[in-house]
Design a protein around this ligand. Structure first.
Ligand SMILES: *[C@@H]1O[C@H](CO)[C@@H](O)[C@H](O)[C@H]1NC(C)=O
Length: 192
C-alpha cells in the first residue's frame, strides 16, 4: 500500500520542531509565501524528503488553501495554525473530505470548541472522517498503565482522584512567548 498523502497547514515553531518522521508529507500551506517556502526547505533538509513539498499560500490564488484541499492525493491534513483561525480551517478541511489532526486547544474558547465538535459529530464523522486533536497526554504510557490497572479492578472502585501538575515555564521561553498565548487575536485588543 502506498503511503497516504498528508499536508501540513501552518509553519510556526510547532510545525518546525514537533514533526517526526512517521508520515509522508506532500505539501505545506501557510498564509505567507515566505514562511511556507522556508518551511518547505527546512522540511526537505530535516526529513530528507525524496520530493520537495508543494508550497501553498494566500499570495497566489492558484496556490491557495482551497487548491491544496482540492487534491485527491492528499487524504489528511495536520493543522498547526494560530488557534484563533483553526476552527474555520478544520471545518474547511473536513468539508473537503480530509482527515484532520489539529493542534490543541480545540478552539480559542469553549463556545467555538463545542460548535466545532458538534459540527464534526453531525456532518463529518458519519462519513468516516477522523478528526483528532493532538494531545500527547492521552498517549503517555504511564496513563495507559493506570487505565489498565483500574480496568482490571486491581485497586478496587475508584471514587476520587487528585492530579497535581507543576511545570516550570521560563518567561523567556519561546513557547511562553508564542503569539497565541500572549495576544491570541490582535483584533480583540481594545486600545485606549
Ligand atoms: C514564493 O516564494 C518563492 C521562493 O522565495 C518564489 O520563487 C515565488 O516566486 C514566490 N511566489 C509568489 C506568488 O510570490
Amino acid at each position: 500500500m502506498s503511503p497516504k498523502g498528508v499536508a501540513i497547514l501552518g509553519s510556526g515553531i510547532f510545525a518546525t520542531e514537533a514533526l517526526g518522521n512517521a508520515i509522508e508529507l506532500k505539501a505545506v500551506y501557510s498564509r505567507s509565501n515566505k514562511s511556507a517556502s522556508v518551511f518547505a526547505k527546512d522540511a526537505q533538509d530535516v526529513l530528507k524528503l525524496k520530493h520537495p513539498l508543494d508550497v501553498y499560500h494566500d499570495e497566489d490564488p492558484a496556490a491557495s488553501l482551497d487548491a491544496l484541499l482540492a487534491r485527491s492525493d492528499i487524504v489528511a491534513v495536520i493543522v498547526v495554525l494560530p488557534i484563533t483561525v483553526q476552527p474555520g480551517v478544520v471545518l474547511k478541511a473536513l468539508a473537503a473530505g480530509k482527515h484532520v489532526l489539529s493542534e490543541k486547544p480545540v478552539a480559542p474558547d469553549v463556545k467555538q470548541g463545542r460548535a466545532l465538535i458538534e459540527e464534526y459529530e453531525a456532518k463529518h464523522k458519519p462519513k468516516g472522517l477522523v478528526w483528532r486533536v493532538a494531545e500527547n497526554w492521552e498517549a503517555e504510557p504511564g496513563h495507559h498503565a493506570a487505565r489498565r490497572v483500574i480496568q482490571e479492578g486491581k485497586i478496587g472502585k475508584v471514587t476520587f482522584y487528585n492530579a497535581r501538575v507543576v511545570n516550570y515555564i521560563d518567561e523567556n521561553s519561546k513557547w511562553y512567548k508564542t503569539p497565541w498565548r500572549t495576544v491570541p487575536d490582535v483584533s480583540l485588543l481594545h486600545l485606549p
